[in-house]
Design a protein around this ligand. Structure first.
Ligand code: SAM
Ligand code: SF4
Length: 447
């Protein structure tokens, strides 16, 4: 039974401002958390000034992402002085990594909630309201899954589904295994159940998420693979499209590429980060493959699925990266002609293996290499998109275009965005669009 004081408190704290930094997995955690909070009676606001609870779902992959959150938190000091009852919380990777020290650096923070504790958010917030003390919840062995039923979903037709959490790879530069823990896969039955529920609520396209999705199943009994999961989900009625991210070249098998090519719902799209084109650097990164092997994998996928598009990630300025190493990355990018690439300047993460190496590439050089790859990729994306002019492509209509609200925006199987004229009633359906214009980021067409 709730007492009167609790009830009064509860009535007072019912708006939440929630900002997410980082990867798709964080965005999905945000959806799930907001779903839980909505179910608990919270309404979502988009200004910190209107919020009773301010939550930041954080990323630790690069220093820059952490600095941004600390600067946001710092800016809340005045607000918190004026309104001491407002609850400020740090969630996710930074919370897991910095834990107690966040309270030391930012004493006005009330809640630090790690990557495996999201499902307890309503309860943790209630605890703060009732007792007013700092609450630290970063115990790694706590509940992992938040049930989807409660999810707050801004896009009904497209959904992300986590199929595994954590990562066992320990790439030498990466903090993820330390903040997200060991790999744990959900069972096929569990994932299928969630997918079927989403589809029965109108969802048409599912993207399966895992930091290292090609090793899906390793923690399950019975030699289960990602291929098995794809085969099972391909049979879900009324589901139109399936994608999966992020692929690791070391764990990407030819078997899986063959399975992809045989399943009609699996889209012709791969996000498979190369990180570098230099074997010397790949070795220092503990990536477990060579640039040659990476090229072969992509060639194999293109042989079986000629329309497939590949996206990649690269890190520039890894310790010891010479101009020659960098030119090998440029060469890989020129040869493989990715659909798009995410390019990052190397950032030392304390506790990782690479942090033991000297961060010896000057920031000026990192910036220059970053700009070189961005410019090259922009040029390639534009050239590749222009090749699609005159072609008819299938788009899943997602809603009004952000750049022109009078037009619709859809996504192709290859993950290109297409903007075109059409009735709002088309949202959520598949339409064929003839492409007549292209930029490096967007295709434009007519029905
Ligand atoms: N699990 C995915 C994989 O292995 O490809 C990606 C995980 S990570 C969140 C996303 C990207 O951040 C990586 O692909 C890498 O390019 C980049 N990244 C990770 N650690 C980094 C670091 N210390 N400095 C710069 N970029 C980093
Ligand atoms: Fe980080 Fe490597 Fe795991 Fe990706 S595979 S999350 S880069 S350790």
């Amino acid at each position: 039974m709730i007492n009167l004081a609790d009830y009064k408190n509860e009535r007072q704290y019912k708006t939440v401002f929630f900002e997410t930094f980082g990867c798709q997995m964080n965005k999905l955690d945000a959806e799930l958390s907001l779903g839980l909070l909505q179910e608990d009676g919270y309404s979502i606001v988009d200004k910190v000034e209107e919020a009773d609870v301010i939550l930041y779902n954080t990323c630790s992959v690069r220093q820059h992402a952490e600095d941004k959150v600390y600067s946001h938190l710092g800016a809340l000091r005045t607000l918190k002085k004026k309104h001491p009852d407002v609850i400020v919380g740090v969630l996710g990777c930074m919370a897991q990594k910095d834990a107690q020290s966040i309270f030391k650096r930012m004493p006005h923070v009330d809640l630090v909630c790690g990557t495996r504790m999201f499902s307890r958010l309503p309860e943790l917030l209630l605890k703060i309201r009732n007792h007013g003390n700092h609450v630290l919840a970063v115990d790694e062995d706590e509940i992992v899954d938040v049930k989807r039923i409660a999810a707050y979903r801004p896009n009904v037709y497209q959904a992300f589904v986590t199929v595994m959490r954590g990562c066992d790879n320990y790439c030498s530069y990466c903090i993820v295994p330390y903040v997200r823990g060991r790999e744990v896969s959900r069972t096929i039955a569990d994932v299928k159940q969630e997918v079927m529920e989403l589809v029965s609520n109108g969802c048409r396209e599912i993207t399966l998420l895992g930091q290292n999705i090609n090793s899906y199943g390793k923690s399950l009994p019975g030699n289960i693979t990602l291929g098995d999961l794809l085969i099972e989900l391909n049979g879900v009625e009324k589901l139109e499209r399936l994608r999966f991210v992020t692929s690791h070249p070391k764990d990407m098998s030819r078997d899986l590429i063959r399975t992809m090519s045989q399943l009609d719902k699996v889209c012709e799209y791969l996000h498979m980060p190369a990180q570098s084109g230099s074997d010397r650097i790949l070795k220092k990164m503990h990536r477990g493959y060579t640039a040659g092997y990476y090229r072969e994998l992509i060639q194999y996928a293109r042989d079986l699925m000629p329309t497939i598009k590949v996206a990649s990630d690269f890190i520039v300025g890894f310790p010891g990266e010479t101009e020659e190493d960098f030119q090998e990355t440029v060469c890989l990018m020129e040869d493989l002609r990715f659909q798009n690439c995410f390019i990052f300047k190397y950032s030392t993460r304390t506790g990782t293996k690479a942090a033991e190496l000297t961060d010896d590439v000057p920031d000026e050089i990192k910036k220059k290499r970053n700009a070189t790859l961005l410019d090259l990729q922009k040029k390639i994306s534009l050239e590749e998109n222009k090749k699609l002019i005159g072609r008819k492509l299938q788009a899943l209509v997602e809603g009004a275009s952000k750049s022109d609200p009078n037009k619709l925006s859809g996504r192709t199987r290859q993950n290109n965005i297409i903007v075109f004229k059409g009735q709002p009633a088309l949202v959520g359906t598949l339409v064929d669009i003839t492409i007549n214009e292209a930029t490096d980021l967007t295709l434009f067409g007519t029905m």
